[in-house]
Design a protein. Sequence first.
Length: 334
Amino acid sequence: MSKSALFEKIDLSLIRVLHTVITECSVSRAAIRLQSSQPAVSSQLKRLRELTGDPLLVRCGQTMAPTDVALSLLAPAAAILQHAQSMFGHTSSVREFDPATSTLTFRLAATDYLDPFFLPELTLRLRRLAPHVRVEVVQLSADLDYRRSLARGEVDLVVGNWLEPSDELHLGRLLSDEVVCLVSEDHPAARLPKEGKRAWSVDQYLACEHVAPPALHPGALGIIDEHLAAQGLRRNIVVRNPHFAQLPYMVAGSLLVLTTGRRFCERYAQQLNVKIVRCPVAFPPMNYYQLWHDLTHHSAASRWLREQVRDVVRGLQTVRPPTRAQALPVRSAS
C-alpha cells in the first residue's frame, strides 16, 4: 500500500483512540474514557495494528504493556490532537463541557503539603458540581514522572510546590507560604526566645532530629534541603515518611522537627501539643502551583478543573484552623 493510500485511511478519531489505548494500556479503560464501547475500541485497535504493522499492546503478566513502537507514537499523536484542539476547539470549547452531566474521569497528581483540607475539599466540590465525573488522585512522589504523565495524558493536572517549576509546562500560581518549623511543646526550641543571644541558632536547628517526606524526584533533595545545600548546610534527617499528614502527629510525641509551610502547620497547632516556631534559616517563600500540558491547555473540561482547584485554594485561605476538639483523625498509611 502506498503512503498516500495509507494516510487516507487515518482520521483524527483513530489518532485519539491510539493515544488513549496506549496511555491506558487497556481497551476497556480506553473505551470508558472515550465514552465508547469495548468492541468498537477493539475494532479500532485492530485497524491501528494493521496500519502500523505492530501489536502496539502486548500481554505482560496480568496486564497489558505498550510496545516500543507504541511508545514512539505517543508524542506525535499527542501533538496532532493538541494542534487539532487549537485549530477547531478553542472558540467553542466552553460550550462543550457541562459539569452537571459529564461522565469524564479527572486524574490529579498532588501532595498534601499545601493544606490537609485541600484534597478533601476539592473532591467534595467536584462531587457537588459534577456528580457523574470520576476523580482519581495520584500521589506525587519520586515514582511518578509527572512531566511524562502530563505529556501522555495519564494525568490532567499536577499540584505541588517547586523552587522552579518546569518551563515546558503551563502553570498557575496557587499561593505562597512562609517556611516555619513545627515542634512539640516540650521541644527546647519551643521555650527559646525568638530573638537575642539565646534564640534558636542555625547550628542548633541543623543538629536537631528532623522528619521529612522523601524527595519528589529521583536523586533530588527536596525543596528544603536544596535550599540548605545551596548555602553549604545540611540538617539531620532521622525519619522520612511519604504520608505528610502523619508527620505532625510524630512531632507531637517526640523531639522531631518538621520544616514546611505555615498554612499546613496552623491546621495542627490548635489540635495537637505542637508549636510553630520561626526557622533560624532564612528560606524563600514556599510557592504552590498547578501545572498542565499543552495537550489539555484548550480543553474546556481541564480548564474547568483548574478553576475548581484555584477556587478551593482561595477558599481555604479564609478558613480558620480547627480547634483541638475538631482535630483531624490520624490518616492511615493505606
